[in-house]
Design a protein around this ligand. Structure first.
Ligand code: B1M
Length: 209
């Protein structure tokens, strides 16, 4: 069976050791890292997401799948970063308050870093105050927020509102992403941009920096 298919299957089964082993082999076989990511790791996580939605998998299994995904991510991270160039701009990134989903946010952070942006990663469950204060003290030009839950996406609006209230729109742009949000939501709350995924975030930032 195709090794990328095996990686995807082992994520679905939540076997972090197997994913580590298979990802190592895929790297040794010189399969392009973006292909390992898209057709192996992300593919597996998409299947898990679909099964979770259909109640065919439950939370502990999803946690195991997330652990397996991270086992692969740790191996490809340095490769995604290897082409890095001098820092172009600072981006404060985090998953919003109440939301613990950080796999996508981590991935976006790695890709932006690889594309030459300085990343200040605040982790998950980040309050609006923390986003804005950090961007101010660090002199960051961008705040990148991730939300995977419909219940946590309104926190993004709090950040945008806070930026407006402090008249910082000229200095700090807000980017949003994550499965819960969309371009129209970004427009609705007045965020500067919606980024579909890490590549899209890189493309957007490169186009304006
Ligand atoms: Co949760 N979960 N989860 N979960 N989980 C979802 C999001 C859900 C869609 C599953 C489902 O029902 N199908 C659903 C949300 C429903 C909704 O709100 N509409 C859900 C739920 C309900 C929950 C709980 C509430 C379950 C419960 O407790 N009953 C709970 C909430 C906990 C909390 O956060 N407070 C919960 C918990 C968890 C785990 C802890 C078990 C685990 C997270 C582990 C971790 O992140 N460390 C988990 C997981 C793994 C998922 C799914 C299966 C996979 C998410 C993922 O990592 N995808 C997810 C189903 C799904 O999304 N299909 C689901 C892979 C990742 C690479 O993609 O994060 O979308 P993603 O990131 C993408 C893009 O969205 C984009 O780029 C990334 C790369 O392509 N992007 C950005 C993301 N952030 C960006 C920021 C940017 C730009 C682009 O900034 C500029």
């Amino acid at each position: 069976m195709d090794i990328l298919q095996q990686i995807s299957d082992q994520i679905d089964l939540g076997d972090d050791e197997k994913v580590h082993e298979l990802t190592t082999t895929a790297i040794e076989q010189k399969i392009p890292v973006k292909k390992i990511l898209d057709e192996g790791l992300l593919q597996g996580m998409n299947i898990v997401g679909q099964k979770f939605k259909e109640h065919k998998l439950f939370l502990p299994e999803v946690l195991m799948a997330a652990k397996a995904m991270n086992a692969g991510m740790e191996l490809i991270k340095p490769l995604l970063l290897s082409d890095s160039i001098p820092m172009k701009a600072k981006v404060v990134i985090g998953t919003v308050r109440g939301d613990l989903h950080d796999i996508g946010k981590n991935l976006v952070g790695v890709m932006l870093k690889g594309a030459g942006f300085e990343i200040i990663d605040l982790g998950n469950d980040v309050t609006p105050e923390k986003f804005v204060e950090t961007a101010k003290t660090e002199g960051a030009e961008f705040i990148g927020m991730s939300a995977l839950l419909t219940t946590t996406m309104p926190v993004m609006k709090e950040v945008v509102d806070q930026i407006r209230k402090e008249n910082l729109e000229e200095k700090i742009q807000t980017l949003i992403g994550g499965a819960a949000v969309s371009r129209s939501y970004a427009e609705e709350i007045g965020a500067t941009a919606y980024c579909y995924d890490g590549s899209n975030a890189v493309e957007y930032l490169n186009s304006i920096v």
